[in-house]
Design a protein around this ligand. Structure first.
Ligand SMILES: *[C@@H]1O[C@H](CO)[C@@H](O)[C@H](O)[C@H]1NC(C)=O
Ligand SMILES: *[C@@H]1O[C@H](CO)[C@@H](O)[C@H](O)[C@H]1NC(C)=O
Ligand SMILES: *[C@@H]1O[C@H](CO)[C@@H](O)[C@H](O)[C@H]1NC(C)=O
Ligand SMILES: *[C@@H]1O[C@H](CO)[C@@H](O)[C@H](O)[C@H]1NC(C)=O
Ligand SMILES: *[C@@H]1O[C@H](CO)[C@@H](O)[C@H](O)[C@H]1NC(C)=O
Length: 555
């Protein structure tokens, strides 16, 4: 019996593994935010992470390559890793390690600037450490390099890590030992450096002994002649003897670390990388290993691929009559292999709140905008439908009808796209005021809670961003506060609460509303403040006749 059970469990485990890798993410996922930031680069609803890399020649500070800064940040964050103890790795601890009197290799403005840029995308669903992976992917790809895949799940450090980035003056055996400590073979060591040194240069301000002050027009000696392209020129120029890489032919031979590494094994490690395709595939592999080197205990996701269909900005609101629900949102369709021109119509088909399919329950969606990533294109289809509150909704699937007459159904890996009608932020009554004298914006949140089903308190939790400062990391703090009951209608009871949000972080702040149903917490989470009006356009009345509990309320 026991043996049979074991075999059964094993088989099930294998089946689940295969399904999850081939089917991609199931929505909603804890990786949805990183998926957006990674792929929604330009166009409608774009997150625009790579705008500083489009084109790669952008250098807000002359001679400082942004792509090189993102790659260097990823390496310096990982490099103190100890494969034996599992301490260190990609955990954004670099944010605490900017004092170059303690961390001698972390000189210059690149790390602080990079961390401040990543903070624009930081929140409870996107750790700084995962943004280091996103930044690596974006820098390499935007500058013409291969896809270094993005995985998520990294956890931000809360204190500085050990010193551990190799120095250009480290003798070869010591360098090999340092990379071994990180878990990298000598071959991988050479590859990481050959890939990591594709862009940017060495700055006199940071390394006067390698690039003497005033020896170059811009105070920087580039590592190769294509300082803003992720390509193998750093290798080919080394091999053909034309290199001006200061870490190969600089004034100080003791600092010629690239020369020593590239020369390892009679150049046999670096030589194959003279082939551009070999360079691209080698770099994709070894840079992924670099950024996926994480502290022991951290569990990374599978490689994140864009959803074929991803709901976005979904919103339920109780209609003014209290008898209907207004359901609005957008469906993001990946159009790589399903071109927009092949799509004739898009329809949501929803199940009622008991989970029963009702053949009349459809809402049509129309194209509202296009977006793209480096390798992906998307079209958003917007919808707005009215659903009787008595029937309501629990999930939907999406039916795409093709111009050929065929159809394609998106069902979220067989599960449908779940929607909870039990509690949601009632955005039509909510608002975000202008900035007050103390630099705050007053957030007023209304929550709609299915009447008679939940137990109080109904909580508002604001995911407040504690901003990054120099030599520190941003954090999120969440303090739940009980919401006040406003009035109860036949189907929904409204609650409200206000919270002063610092204006400087309002764009990244999210809020959740939650209530307890039979002991389990049900919440509408990760709601954005963007789009809330300064003054609410309506307030609840709960429709006199059905009003079970008119609580004293003044807006
Ligand atoms: C690349 O080199 C050129 C010429 O020296 C310089 O003007 C530019 O700022 C450099 N770009 C980057 C991104 O380093
Ligand atoms: C760190 O970067 C931010 C944003 O670029 C800048 O405002 C700040 O002055 C920098 N701090 C230091 C010490 O360089
Ligand atoms: C929906 O289903 C009902 C009962 O099965 C049927 O009578 C009705 O014709 C269907 N309506 C449509 C639009 O298919
Ligand atoms: C927040 O976002 C709005 C709209 O994108 C923008 O106008 C505003 O400058 C942003 N505020 C901050 C503090 O970044
Ligand atoms: C509401 O917040 C309190 C703490 O203030 C907490 O104990 C309770 O579990 C929360 N309930 C829900 C449903 O979030």
């Amino acid at each position: 019996m026991r043996g049979t059970n074991n075999v059964g469990l094993l088989a099930l485990g294998l089946a689940l593994c295969i399904t999850s890798t081939s089917a991609g993410l199931t929505w909603p996922s804890q990786y949805d935010e990183i998926e957006d930031i990674t792929f929604l680069n330009n166009g409608y609803n774009a997150r625009e992470f790579p705008i500083l890399l489009q084109p790669c020649t952008i250098a807000p500070t002359t001679g400082h390559s942004i792509g090189a800064a993102f790659i260097r940040t990823a390496f310096h964050d990982m490099a103190p890793f100890n494969a034996q103890t599992g301490v260190g790795g990609t955990d954004a601890s670099i944010g605490y390690e900017l004092d170059s009197t303690i961390y001698p290799t972390n000189t210059g403005i690149a790390f602080n600037n990079t961390m401040h840029y990543y903070e624009l995308f930081f929140n409870s669903q996107s750790s700084m450490a995962d943004l280091i992976n996103v930044g690596l992917y974006q820098a390499v790809r935007a500058c013409g390099g291969p896809i270094v895949p993005v995985r998520a799940g990294r956890v931000d450090a809360t204190w500085p890590g050990p010193v551990g980035v190799p120095q250009p003056t480290d003798p070869l055996p010591q360098m090999i030992g340092e990379f071994k400590r990180m878990g990298f073979s000598p071959e991988e060591m050479v590859q990481v450096v050959a890939c990591g040194h594709s862009m940017g240069g060495v700055h006199s301000a940071e390394h006067p002994s390698i690039v003497p002050p005033r020896s170059t027009p811009l105070g920087v000696q580039d590592l190769d002649s294509t300082n803003a392209t992720f390509d193998n020129t750093v290798v080919t120029e080394y091999l053909d003897g034309t290199t001006r890489n200061p870490l190969v032919v600089g004034v100080n031979p003791a600092s010629s670390s690239d020369g020593r590494l590239f020369g390892l094994n009679n150049r046999q490690i670096v030589s194959p990388m003279a082939d551009p395709n070999n360079y691209a595939t080698t770099c994709a592999t070894v840079l992924a290993k670099m950024v996926n080197t994480v502290p022991r205990g951290v569990v990374l996701s599978d490689v994140i691929a864009p959803y074929e269909l991803k709901p976005s900005n979904l919103q339920l609101n109780v209609a003014p009559d209290g008898q209907n629900l207004e359901f609005t949102g957008e469906l993001r369709i990946l159009t790589n292999s399903l071109p927009k021109s092949s799509i004739a119509s898009v329809q949501l088909i929803y199940k009622d709140r008991t989970g029963t399919a009702n053949n009349a329950s459809t809402i049509s969606a129309n194209a509202v905008g296009d977006a793209n990533g480096f390798d992906d294109s998307f079209t958003f289809y917007g919808f707005s439908g009215t659903i009787p509150a008595s029937i309501s909704i629990s999930s939907f699937t999406v039916l795409v009808t093709l111009t050929t007459g065929g159809t394609q159904t998106f069902d979220n890996n067989g599960q449908g796209y779940p929607i909870s009608d039990r509690i949601f932020a009632q955005t039509s009554y909510s608002s975000l005021s202008g900035v007050d004298g103390s630099g705050n914006q007053q957030l007023t949140v209304f929550a709609a809670v299915r009447t008679g089903e939940a137990s109080e308190p109904v909580n508002l939790s604001v995911e407040l961003i504690n901003p990054i400062t120099y030599n520190d990391l941003p954090t999120v703090s969440v303090v739940p506060q009980a919401m006040t009951s406003v009035c109860a209608g036949q189907y929904y009871t409204f609650y409200s609460s206000t919270f002063g949000v610092p204006a400087t972080g309002a764009n990244s702040t999210k809020y959740d509303v939650s209530a307890s149903y039979n002991g389990a917490t049900v919440s509408d989470s990760f709601n954005s403040l963007n789009g809330l009006p300064a003054v609410a356009t309506a307030s609840p009345s709960c429709g006199g006749a059905h009003n079970k509990r008119a609580v004293n309320f003044s807006a």
